[in-house]
Design a protein around this ligand. Structure first.
Ligand SMILES: Cc1cc2nc3c(=O)[nH]c(=O)nc-3n(C[C@H](O)[C@H](O)[C@H](O)COP(=O)(O)OP(=O)(O)OC[C@H]3O[C@@H](n4cnc5c(N)ncnc54)[C@H](O)[C@@H]3O)c2cc1C
Length: 374
């Protein structure tokens, strides 16, 4: 095996799936996570078939589906809630998996954390890298607590604002897309059986998805409001005010929220490292290498696919340099396609009436092309 001892920096979805996939292939894995507590944030996530396939490959799908809500359709509605169309959604993970599952992020991260511990990964919290020095056959790391380690490979999975990215000499930085999002977790209405999106209202769009037997998450995509509002406790009154004009189930969910509901508000950013993501034996993957606006709900799926493929290739027969080249040749075109199409969809939302805009076609072509293996 060309790579045995691996350091994973960041314990989100990408770092957790990577650690798990590597440990399952016999690698000696250490994970450092800067946060002193290791848990996922509260709101929801849409896991499409290719994400479910990645979770199955690391053995956590069954656990995730104990609480997540699978469905094979989605509905588009007008702002007042009237149904426009019900669509069958492509099975990007293959015909034997649901096309989609809605999950609470904390449930997903909980399943991943438990599996990471169960596979003997050494996890250190409240810690990160201070310094990296690499030679042709290893990387020496000094951590922020002064401890040191020597690794065959160091992988940054430290998210869109990755420090690893700059530490290894990659200059790309995230940029605002021109859209923001309000998100809340709410009680799941009895009639909610799949994700639904409301078009044609006063903002870019509104929607929701079931995420557990009794919870759903609802969102509103808006223009960028004052940056001081960004954070996990934006005013509910503001979400209600911005969402006025959306009726149906969305309107009822938001009207019924308790006044102390945690509203997450953030500007949406994007980044693509459109060149190799590795420098010698150091690299970034997941949102640290590519993050897209959530208009196709493929961000985490791309992260998990990175992690599963990287683990497979660096524990295979090829020398590490070849394995990383091979990885890039498979990942970059696929990730670039998802990112460019997500950005195009965002542009069309921001500039309605753009000649040639055809969101339904782009969405369907993207998901169809993802049915091919990662
Ligand atoms: C509004 C929104 C909605 C989305 N909805 C969906 C969706 O429905 N479906 C979907 O597939 N994708 C969705 N995505 C994308 C998805 O959330 C991300 O692609 C995914 O969570 C990225 O995972 P990650 O592990 O790469 O990064 P992160 O989740 O950012 O995790 C990075 C981890 O690294 C840690 N860290 C940070 N810096 C350091 C450091 N210096 N040292 C050590 N640790 C560090 C962090 O604490 C964190 O635990 C959405 C994204 C957004 C913004």
């Amino acid at each position: 095996m060309p790579v045995h001892k691996v350091l994973v920096v960041g314990g989100g979805i990408t770092g957790s799936v990577l650690s798990l996939a590597l440990a399952q292939r016999g690698a000696d894995v250490e994970l450092v996570e800067i946060s002193p507590q290791w848990f996922g944030v509260g709101h929801g996530i849409t896991l499409q078939g290719n994400a479910l396939k990645a979770l199955r490959s690391v053995g956590v799908l069954e656990r995730v589906l104990e609480r997540a809500v699978p469905f094979d359709i989605m509905r588009l509605r007008r702002a007042d809630g009237e149904l426009i169309v019900q669509l069958d959604t492509p099975h990007t993970g293959g015909p034997d998996l649901p096309s989609t599952a809605g999950a609470l992020r904390a449930d997903l991260q909980g399943a991943l954390c438990d599996a990471v511990f169960a596979h003997g990964v050494s996890v250190r919290l409240g810690l990160t890298i201070d310094r990296l020095d690499q030679s042709s056959d290893h990387v020496d790391v000094t951590f922020t607590d002064g401890s040191t380690g020597r690794y065959d490979l160091v992988v940054g999975a430290d998210g869109i604002n990755s420090r690893m990215r700059s530490l290894i000499g990659i200059a790309e930085r995230p940029r605002p897309v021109g859209m923001s999002i309000f998100r809340v977790v709410a009680e799941r209405p009895a009639e909610m059986d799949c994700a639904e999106v409301y078009y044609g209202g006063p903002r870019f769009k509104a929607g929701y998805s079931p995420i557990s037997p009794d919870q759903c998450y609802a969102y509103l995509l808006d223009e960028n409001l004052d940056a001081s509002l960004v954070g996990p406790r934006a005013p509910l009154a503001l979400m209600r005010e911005r969402g006025a004009g959306y009726g149906g189930t969305w309107g009822r969910i938001v009207a019924a929220l308790p006044d102390d509901t945690a509203v997450d508000y953030r500007w949406i950013e994007a980044v693509l490292v459109d060149e190799p993501w590795h420098r010698g034996r150091t690299m970034v993957i997941g949102d640290a290498a590519h993050a897209c606006p959530p208009l196709i709900a493929q961000g985490a799926a791309m992260c998990m696919e990175d992690a599963v493929l990287l683990a497979e290739l660096v524990t295979g027969d090829e020398p590490v340099e070849k394995a990383l080249e091979h990885f890039m040749s498979r990942r970059l075109p696929r990730v670039r396609m998802v990112l460019e199409n997500s950005l195009r969809l965002a542009e069309w939302e921001i500039h309605p009436g753009t000649p040639g805009a055809d969101p339904a076609r782009i969405m369907s072509e993207t998901l169809q092309s993802l049915t091919a293996a990662a």
